[in-house]
Design a protein around this ligand. Structure first.
Ligand code: OSB
Ligand code: MG
Length: 369
């Protein structure tokens, strides 16, 4: 593969509904779109998932632009590679951390690689599922009644799993009331690191509600306290923020810090690393699902492609475009029927990039060659 040109676009798209977690409220997505172009003028696309603020992790839109411009894009433009795995190797050999930046450029190269092979991204990743099951992530609301109304709607739409964001003061009572109305729905909670071991009694109280899992209850950089907590809980812990690599996965499972893994391609530094984690978990029967970062259709398409791999046994967070956007920047939009997405058969990440819409939501852009 010879990449001749890279285009970074700074995008801003308003969310239809504000999304509140224990770390803050998002009103829009302010993000970088990455396009890589080969010598035949063929493009590969990906979405960078860093947020403008370092509240979910330490990366931001600005740090990602900097790392892409000054370090990663030069590596890509100055090296001929034969497979995206080689790019991943180069990124990890030379540059520490900055996984979301690495992932975005590597994913665009994966998309281009699939297109050069006349194949879907799903198939070059080794994915086989023709449909994927999806759930929905429901943010913190003003009232429990409002949350119940949203669950009712999403339940009617067929979503297969309901994830409620929790934080101190919005936890046991919420889960208790939701369980009373919906005794049987697949339900889970995501704390985004809002608790410590001091909260163990409250977290243990959640054991009474048959939750599928509790996601990232403790610190974003912890796997030690999570192991102590998991030993005391019936409910499986799923790690999100703490998992950045196959090595983190291996160590967390060895320590017993979690029983389930949430893979976000951005957090683990790319599709090559995501696949390694997938293979490791599949071999050990560790349940896996694909997380989300409120992506536009481009990131969403990549998530769908990854989720076609056989180890993704639990519904992910890749909900339909219409839950996030007045209009998406891909054609067609991602649609969900009875809680499933039909995996698209178009080349690459599976959807057509709508260049007019991209222009409409673009704040600025820069070309590298
Ligand atoms: O913790 O999974 C998370 C969104 C932004 C940052 C972190 C998280 C989330 C979500 C939303 O839960 C998932 C989605 O709908 O894309
Ligand atoms: Mg999470």
């Amino acid at each position: 593969m010879k990449i001749k040109k890279v285009v970074l676009r700074h995008m801003k798209m308003d969310l239809l509904y504000p999304f509140t977690t224990s770390f803050g409220t998002e009103y829009d997505r302010d993000f970088i779109l990455v396009e890589v172009i080969n010598e035949d003028g063929q493009s590969g696309w990906a979405e960078n998932v860093a947020m403008p603020t370092p509240y979910y992790n330490e990366e931001t839109v600005k740090t990602n632009w900097h790392i892409l411009e000054d370090f990663l894009i030069p590596i890509l433009l100055n090296n001929e590679i034969h497979h995206p795995d080689e790019l991943s190797e180069k990124f990890f050999a030379h540059i520490r951390g900055n996984h979301m930046a690495k992932a975005s450029l590597e994913m665009a190269v994966w998309d281009l690689y699939a297109r050069e092979q006349n194949a879907t991204l799903a198939s070059v990743l080794g994915g086989t599922n023709k449909t994927i099951d999806v759930g929905v992530s429901i943010g913190i609301k003003d009232t429990i009644d409002e949350t119940l109304e949203i669950i009712e709607k999403r339940h009617e739409e067929g979503y297969k799993r309901f994830k409620l964001k929790i934080r101190p003061g919005w936890d046991v009572e919420l889960i208790d009331k939701v369980r009373k109305v919906y005794p049987d729905i697949p339900l889970m909670a995501d704390a985004n690191s809002a608790y410590t071991l001091m909260d163990i009694e409250m977290l243990a109280a959640l054991d009474d509600y048959n939750l599928m899992m509790i996601e990232q209850p403790l610190a974003y950089n912890d796997i030690i306290d999570h192991a102590e907590l998991q030993a005391k809980l019936k409910t499986p812990i799923c790690l999100d923020e703490s998992i950045h690599s196959l090595e983190d996965t291996r160590k967390a499972l060895k320590l017993g810090s979690c029983k389930i893994i949430n893979i976000k391609v951005g957090r683990v530094g790319g599709l090559t690393e995501a696949k390694k984690i997938h293979d490791y978990c599949l071999e050990r029967n560790v349940p896996l699902w694909c997380g989300g970062m409120l992506e536009s259709g481009i990131g969403r398409g990549h998530n769908i492609a990854l989720t076609t791999l056989p180890g993704f046994t639990l519904p992910g967070d890749t909900a339909g475009s219409s839950l996030y956007w007045a209009e998406d920047i891909i054609e067609p939009e991602v649609t969900v029927e009875n809680g499933t997405i039909k995996v698209p058969s178009s080349l690459g990440f599976g959807y057509k990039v709508d260049l007019d819409k991209v222009k409409k939501y673009m704040v600025s852009s820069k070309i590298y060659n």
